[in-house]
Design a binder for this molecule. Structure first.
Ligand code: AVJ
Length: 328
């Protein structure tokens, strides 16, 4: 018998199989589109996450270093207005040292809970146990979810402020419409008395931006090409990674870095049993990384029902940590 919704009778799909199927569907759709594209969230398999950690250490990649320095210098000031009892929720929690500085600034007195949110349950469990070991007083409640789709944070206890902490300029990966939706989702998850803290990379000299995505050691190139390796492994694809060039540039009209993988020859590739043709010089866009100025972040926040309460910048104004609050 066919179920009424026409779906499959087999309902026992593991989260891993589920994630694999979403990767497959998104990839086939993106490679079938003109121009070809892939979603940057798929960079972060195990190898990709390690490569990203390496990117954060590169001399050209000022982003992480700058944001970390801002948080380190201003943590006490940043957490000051968050209320007496605080729950920190971190969508896309990385192996981040940044949130640790905030948790420490809050201390056991004020910090009642930390909720790391990540698609990968395995990753989350590991991150949670590391945090529990370093902060025995901290209640860590991992949440497995794709925050770009939903952020199912349980309602806060009365008297506890929910802070949605979204560092790293990950917001830059979302186009303006998606970024507005994402911030509105954060506002709802934080609740009317909540706080949304976002790290954004700022517009600057294009040569500095260009260098940050074209490092001399080729780590960013390896990070970009790893997506091909991942498709080969997880989707039974047959990409020849050496037949694609890493290409990244700043596009000043939209104010974004674009990363591409450019086919070095005419070729045909099979992904999950489907064939895709590449002309010589044809590209797959793998990432957009939007850069903001402060007025643009204010407009974005407003559109999402938030207002800019405070902003912390480094002296060179390369990066901003924004505190947003719901417009009541
Ligand atoms: C994690 C999205 C902030 O856009 O700078 C780094 C990812 N891509 N180098 C960024 C990235 C290439 C990064 N974000």
């Amino acid at each position: 018998m066919t179920p009424p919704d026409g779906g499959s009778l087999c309902t026992t799909t593991s989260p891993i199989e589920n994630a694999r199927e979403t990767f497959r569907t998104d990839t086939l759709e993106g490679l079938g589109a003109t121009p070809k594209r892939l979603a940057p969230k798929y960079f972060y398999d195990r190898a990709g996450s390690l490569l990203f950690d390496q990117i954060c250490e590169l001399p050209e990649y000022y982003v992480t270093r700058t944001e970390t320095a801002i948080i380190e210098a201003r943590a006490a000031e940043i957490v000051k207005s968050w209320g007496r009892r605080v729950r920190v929720v971190e969508p896309g929690a990385g192996s981040s040292t940044k949130v640790r500085m905030l948790l420490e600034a809050l201390g056991p007195e004020r910090c009642v809970e930390y909720v790391p949110v990540d698609i990968s349950g395995a990753y989350l469990a590991q991150a949670a146990s590391l945090l529990r070991a370093d902060y025995p007083w901290l209640q860590v409640t991992p949440l497995a979810a794709d925050f770009s789709v939903e952020l199912p944070v349980p309602g806060a206890v009365e008297g506890v402020t929910t802070v949605i902490y979204f560092p790293g300029s990950t917001i830059g990966n979302f186009d303006p419409v998606e970024a507005e939706r994402l911030l509105a989702r954060f506002r709802r998850a934080a609740g009317p008395a909540g706080v949304v803290v976002v790290g954004v990379d700022l517009k600057k000299d294009p040569a500095t931006l260009h260098a940050a995505y074209n490092d001399a050691q080729g780590v960013t190139a390896a990070f970009n090409r790893n997506l091909l390796v991942r498709m080969n492994r997880e989707l039974g694809a047959n990409f020849d990674a050496s037949a694609f060039a890493h290409y990244a540039f700043y596009e000043p009209v939209r104010g974004r870095i674009e990363m591409h993988l450019v086919s070095l020859r005419r070729q045909e590739v099979t992904v999950s049993g489907r064939r895709f043709r590449f002309a010589e010089g044809e590209s797959i866009r793998t990432e957009c990384s939007y850069k903001y100025d402060l007025p643009a972040t204010e407009r974005l926040a407003r559109a999402a029902g938030l207002h800019l309460l405070d902003a912390w910048l480094d002296d060179a104004r390369r990066f901003a940590v924004l505190e947003l609050r719901p417009v009541l």
